[in-house]
Structures are given as structure tokens and as C-alpha cells.
Design a protein around this ligand. Structure first.
Ligand code: NAD
Length: 351
């Protein structure tokens, strides 16, 4: 097993160091090689995705990423900015499936803005298609009409094979969870998503154990707030998934807790926290490393098919929380405030 470790910028190196510590403690004989990306890539070789970093990522089974970006790079030309490195690596590795769990540990229920009884024990997996839809569809652009008025155009497009491959990811994940898939579309208005629904129904024949339901995106947005615990796996297109996954992540109230995975067709993946590089708290040893540590659990589960060790890591995080350890972002009265390194140590001790 070979992992490319790309710490990136801001709090990236601090949180990734904790995740690496956890991986080492598992003693799985994984080889890890570090390389720069984002602002760090630009500093090292004038490119947010240096050739050597991309080569390493392509040769590895999985990529562990911290975060990229810092305000000091905001004045660089667009193609040199840190975020460009991230978009390019996703594209180069053909990562079409984005998995974002929204999971709330009972100990942190008071961190949510919703009532504890609505969110406590929440465990949703949002599967978002990442390389198609209106974000990439042609034609697109802003043009001038004959009457001199400007018109903006984007095109929502999905072909069957694109829908089928993301659907398979969702059904396969549901098989490892509670065997429920809710497909989110707007089939009453948009033909592209009418096809989406048809293909999901066809695909469900291959998964007789999984219960497939459908929901219009407007209703899904409402249900996520009203009764989020009704969902197990949600699968949807790029633009709906973009919005719903952010909404779902905030049900948990703490961005420092949420991991993510982006997978290709062979379950090779890039694993990273859902949050950014948090330059405001970088270098202070106060960042929450748990989203990155939980990303390692996802890596073990989805790329290395090692459910036992994935659960070991998740249980160690739960135990550290149950013992009362909290970084500043999730701290509440009566718990023990710790820094980034100490939280990593607490998880390793719990392992
Ligand atoms: P951010 O997610 O970095 O930070 C938002 C807020 O959450 C900040 O107050 C930050 O201190 C806090 N926060 C984030 N992660 C935390 C953690 N682990 N522990 C404790 N607090 C945490 O978003 P932003 O401030 O909008 O962006 C900062 C930089 O990150 C920008 O350059 C942006 O482009 C970049 N960014 C990168 C990614 C990525 O690499 N995937 C994603 C989003 C933003």
C-alpha cells in the first residue's frame, strides 16, 4: 500500500501530521511519501501542482491531502493559485465520485444549530457526482443577443454511463451501510434528471437488497433540516450535491469533524477534510485534526477495503471524544480543551 501525503498550506501540515501518526500507529506497513501542493507547490517549484507531485499521486494507491490556500496567494494569476492545484489533481486522477458523510457523534449534539433530538446520532452519506452536470456541460457562456441584451447560458447534461457509474458507487456504499439509497433529482422539470431517475431505477435491479427511493431536490433540502435521520445514502448530481452536502455538513455544526473522499472507477481515492486551510489559525496548534483522521478511516474502508481498521480509527475518535477531549472549535463547558497535537495523541492512545 502506497500513499501520497500532500499536506498543502495553512493548517494542512499540522492536521496531516496527526493523521500520519494514526496511520503509523496502526502498523499496516503502508509506505508514505510526502510532496508539496497548493501554495507549498508554488513555493517549491512555481506550480500549485508540481509534475513530481502529480506523478507521485498517480503512482500511489491513495492520496491524503490536508488543504490548500492562503490569502497571500490571492493576487497570483489564476492558473498559479493554490486552488488550481486541487482542481487539477481531481481532474487528472479522474475522481468522479465525491463522498461526504455527515455524522454527528452524540457527545457533540450541542454543537449543532438544530435541536439535539433531531440530529443526535445522525449518519448520512452524500454521494455527489463530481465531473459532469451543469458545471461542465456545453454550450456555456455569456453572449449578446440580437436586441443587444446579454444572455448567460449553462447546460445540464448527463449521459447514461455517467449516471450509472455514480449510481453504482452509491448502491455499493449502501450495501456496506443500512441498504437505503435516496436518489435526488428534479425529474418533474428537468429532462436530464428524468434520465437520472430512469437509470437509477434500472440499476436498482442489480441491488435487490437495497431500498431505492426518489426525492425532488427542493424537498430534499427541506427534509434534511426537518428530519435528517430518515436518510442513509443520498446520491445526486454535481450541482444538487454541491448544495446539499454543504447543508448536510452544517447539521453537525462543526466543520473540523467532517472527512471526505473522492474516488475514481477503481476506488483509488483522494481523502481530505471538508474544510479549508484556515490560515487564521495556522501554526498555533489549535486546529481540529479529527476530520483528517476520519479521512484516513475512509481511505482504509474505500480504497484498502479494510473495514476492521476503518472502524478502529473511528472508534478511537469516539473514545477520545467520550473521554472529554475537545479542540477549541468543538469545546463546551466542562470538557478538556486540547491542541491539535494533543488531540492526535489522544486518538493514538485510544487506538
Ligand atoms: P476554511 O474552511 O479554511 O475556514 C473557515 C473557518 O473554519 C475559519 O474560521 C477556520 O479557522 C475554521 N476552521 C476550518 N478548519 C478548521 C479546523 N480543522 N479546526 C478548527 N477550525 C477550523 O475556509 P476559508 O477561511 O473560507 O478559506 C481559507 C482558505 O482555504 C482559502 O484560501 C480557501 O481558498 C481555502 N480552501 C481550501 C479548501 C481545500 O483545500 N479543500 C476548501 C475550502 C477553502
Amino acid at each position: 500500500m502506497k500513499i501520497a501525503v500532500l499536506p498543502g498550506d495553512g493548517i494542512g501540515p499540522e492536521i496531516v501530521a496527526q493523521a500520519v501518526k494514526v496511520l503509523n500507529a496502526l502498523n499496516l506497513g503502508i509506505s508514505m511519501t510526502e510532496a508539496p501542493i497548493g501554495g507549498a507547490g508554488y513555493e517549491a517549484s512555481g506550480d500549485p501542482l508540481p509534475d513530481a507531485t502529480l506523478k507521485l499521486a498517480k503512482e500511489s494507491d491513495a492520496v491524503l491531502l490536508g488543504a490548500v490556500g492562503d490569502w497571500k496567494y490571492d493576487k497570483l494569476e489564476r492558473h498559479l493559485r493554490p486552488e488550481r492545484g486541487l482542481l487539477r489533481i481531481r481532474k487528472e486522477l479522474n475522481l468522479f465520485a465525491n463522498l461526504r458523510p455527515a455524522l454527528l457523534y452524540p457527545e457533540l449534539a450541542s454543537a449543532s444549530t438544530l435541536k439535539p433530538e433531531v440530529v443526535s446520532g445522525l449518519d448520512i452519506m452524500i454521494v455527489r457526482e463530481l465531473t459532469g452536470d451543469i458545471y461542465f456541460g456545453q454550450p456555456r457562456g455569456i453572449s449578446k443577443l440580437e436586441n443587444g441584451e446579454r444572455e448567460g447560458v449553462n447546460t445540464m447534461r448527463y449521459n447514461e454511463s455517467e449516471i450509472r457509474r455514480i449510481g453504482r458507487v452509491a448502491f455499493d456504499i449502501a450495501m456496506k451501510r443500512n441498504k437505503k439509497v435516496c436518489s435526488v433529482d428534479k425529474a418533474n422539470v428537468l429532462e436530464a434528471t428524468e434520465l437520472w431517475r430512469q437509470v437509477m431505477i434500472e440499476l436498482s435491479a442489480d441491488y435487490p437488497e437495497v431500498e431505492l427511493s426518489h426525492m425532488y431536490v427542493d424537498n430534499a433540502a427541506m427534509q434534511l433540516i426537518r428530519a435528517p435521520k430518515q436518510f442513509d445514502v443520498m446520491v445526486t448530481g454535481n450541482i444538487f450535491g454541491d448544495i446539499l452536502s454543504d447543508e448536510a455538513s452544517m447539521l453537525t455544526g462543526s466543520i473540523g469533524m467532517l472527512p471526505s473522499a473522492s474516488l475514481d472507477e477503481n476506488n483509488k481515492g483522494m481523502y481530505e477534510p471538508s474544510h479549508g486551510s484556515a490560515p487564521d489559525i495556522a501554526g498555533k496548534d489549535i486546529a481540529n485534526p479529527l476530520a483528517t483522521i476520519l479521512s484516513v478511516a475512509m481511505m482504509l474502508r474505500y480504497t484498502f477495503n479494510d473495514e476492521a481498521n476503518a472502524q478502529r480509527v473511528e472508534n478511537a475518535v469516539k473514545k477520545a471524544l467520550a473521554q472529554g477531549y475537545r479542540t477549541a472549535d468543538i469545546w463546551t463547558e466542562g470538557s478538556t480543551k486540547v491542541g491539535c497535537r494533543a488531540m492526535g495523541d489522544a486518538v493514538v492512545a485510544a487506538l
